[in-house]
Design a protein around this ligand. Structure first.
Ligand code: 6GU
Length: 232
């Protein structure tokens, strides 16, 4: 799977996408991430990518021409499954969107800055708008890094048994159960006995029960989805 990310701050994306599981996905040849510096597509000595907004008001808007030049160049090179715009007014990213995007081949991602991109870029090119939550970031780069991580780890073959996504929180609309490692007693606190029992069936039941409790207590919104899906 291939990501092409258009940004004015490629430095912000380099580190988060070159460690741990993302690095392994790239090393295995399962994930490619190409960063495109928007300024390279802006003409003139000043390589201007933003301008004042029509109608007045504080804050700059990203100009359509450099974005269009970069997008058109990429579109001419390969077909894209989605052209994604990272924006706080997009659809809120969740595991379901991550699962769906992990089946795709080529994704283009635009990172917004300032007040965002000229609306006509959204009309002409963007097929999917994604937000990572109800708060405002200074730019779309950190959100894009989150998106690539969420999607990248779901690409078949990226995770092994040990890191399997099947048991992640949210994957079945339940939060993950508590986990423990050695020592069995730490600061007077003992690991739940069932986990030391060696009885796989009891352990599975305990974990499921803990997941259900946690979800009901902490995330009634997710619990509703789970309870609904169990009824079917
Ligand atoms: Cl995708 N971009 C920005 N700038 N802020 C955000 C966001 C995206 N998602 C949540 N806040």
């Amino acid at each position: 799977m291939r990501f092409d990310i258009i940004t004015v701050l490629p430095e912000l994306l380099e580190s988060p996408l070159n460690h741990s599981i993302m690095k392994r996905a790239k090393d295995k040849g399962l994930l490619e991430v190409h960063l495109h510096h928007l300024r390279d597509y802006a003409p003139g000595k000043h390589r201007q990518v933003d301008d004042y907004q029509f109608g007045g008001g504080a804050g700059m808007v990203m100009k359509p021409e450099p974005l269009s030049a970069c997008i058109e160049k990429l579109l001419a090179e390969r077909p894209y499954d989605e052209v994604i715009y990272m924006t706080p007014d997009g659809k809120r990213l969740d595991q379901e969107i991550g699962n769906r995007l992990s089946m795709k081949g080529n994704l283009m991602v635009l990172c917004g800055h300032y007040k965002g991109v000229d609306e006509r870029i959204r009309q002409k090119y963007v097929t999917l708008e994604i937000s990572i939550g109800d708060y405002v970031l200074s730019g779309g780069e950190l959100a894009a890094a989150v998106l690539v991580d969420v999607v990248g780890r779901l690409i078949p073959g990226v995770l092994n048994d040990e890191t399997s996504a099947l048991f992640d929180s949210f994957q079945d609309n339940l939060l993950a159960p508590p986990v423990y490692t050695r020592p069995a007693v730490w600061e007077g606190m003992a690991v739940p006995e069932v986990l030391l029992s060696g009885n796989d069936k009891l352990i599975d039941e305990w974990r499921h029960d803990q997941s259900v409790r946690r979800t009901r207590e902490r995330r009634p919104d997710i619990w509703e989805k789970y309870a609904g899906s169990e009824e079917e």
